[in-house]
Design a protein around this ligand. Structure first.
Ligand code: DP6
Length: 324
């Protein structure tokens, strides 16, 4: 009972920040994201009746701190009566630093666990299971540009779909890494702090449908500048909610601000690029393929940038190896 799956992180253009139901981990707002191609998590799950407890290694190192969340996710997929599992996760990018490692990890975990148990689940069901573990993980089940509707009805869960395949709009993402240490506070906990303390949180939730519809229209028109106007504003609103939380949630560093200036300078020169930032100090620049070299070089030359990663848009989570 063993399977391996691969999933890529996703970068939100219209962000998920805040939950409407913490026990089911349901987002308060809709979101729109890009599934990446070149950063990935490979997850091997082996259910083994001879094990007495679940085991987890991340990039070859035992990770007991993350085991509780992983075990709960395995219970969701395989049932509480399942055998214990050995889980081995490998990534080719820095963990926990705002590069959406939990999204690719839990997307890959549900796909591998379902395959290992022989559970015949469709993508929508797997997305719901992944979303229960980590809201943004639900989006990594789908390719290209992905829409997550937070509520289909009064009490139903999420609905996720791909609104453009990777080859229908081959955007590029340049990630400026300004810090590789894991962040101090997990997104889930930080969202609850924002919901209960930021005076801007209700307004953030109220304005989200407008941002989402504007972003969807811009995606349909393949209008990068229009997507960028919504995405940058939505990102800065989310960070305003974070900054006005108590305690203040400030994920940026000096290099983060310098990278924003770099993107502004490129835009002033006519380069087709916009920025977004998640719960970490990295800056993600979304651009056309033609603009990628100039964006990559400008961000790499920005003070405080430690590394630059580039990616196109890619596929949803999938099984890469199976052995029963
Ligand atoms: C800032 O999906 O990590 O990246 O559901 O609590 O696991 P949990 O949160 P998570 O939050 C992602 C927040 C974000 C924005 C986004 O990806 O939409």
């Amino acid at each position: 009972m063993e399977a391996t799956a691969r999933a890529q992180p996703n970068i939100a253009l219209v962000k998920y920040w805040g939950k409407r139901d913490t026990s089911r981990n349901l987002p308060a707002v809709d979101s729109l994201s890009l599934t990446l191609a070149d950063l990935h998590t490979d997850m091997r799950v082996r259910f083994d009746p001879s094990l007495t407890a679940d085991e987890l290694t991340v990039n070859g190192v035992e990770e007991p701190r993350l085991l509780g969340r992983v075990s709960r996710c395995l219970d969701d997929v395989a049932g509480r009566g399942r055998p214990a599992a050995a889980v081995d996760s490998r990534t080719n990018f820095p963990l926990g630093a705002g590069l959406a490692s939990s999204a690719s990890a839990f997307a890959a975990l549900v796909v591998a666990a379902a395959a290992a148990t022989g559970r015949d689940a469709g993508t929508a069901e797997l997305a719901s299971l992944a979303g229960h573990a980590s809201g943004s993980a639900a989006r990594s089940l789908y390719p290209g540009i992905v829409l997550l509707r937070a509520k289909a009805g009064e009490c139903s869960g999420i609905t996720v779909s791909s609104v453009a395949a990777p080859d229908e709009w081959p955007l590029r993402v340049v990630v400026a890494v300004t810090e590789t240490k894991p962040k101090s506070r997990a997104s889930g906990e930080a969202m609850e702090i924002s919901r209960s303390t930021s005076p801007f949180y209700p307004r953030w939730v109220d304005e989200q449908p407008r941002d989402l519809e504007a972003a969807l229209a811009a995606v349909r028109a393949r209008d990068l500048a229009a997507v960028g106007r919504v995405a940058e504003h939505n990102c800065l609103k989310m960070h305003s909610v974070m900054w006005t939380s108590r305690p203040a949630l400030v994920y940026w560093n000096a290099a983060t601000v310098d990278c924003l200036e770099t993107v502004r300078r490129l835009q002033a020169q006519g380069t087709e690029v916009f920025f977004t930032i998640d719960a970490g100090p990295q800056v993600k620049a979304v651009c056309t393929a033609a603009a990628e070299p100039v964006v990559r070089d400008a961000l790499a030359a920005t003070t405080g940038v430690q590394a630059v990663l580039t990616s196109g848009l890619g596929a949803g989570a999938r099984v890469t190896g199976e052995r029963c």
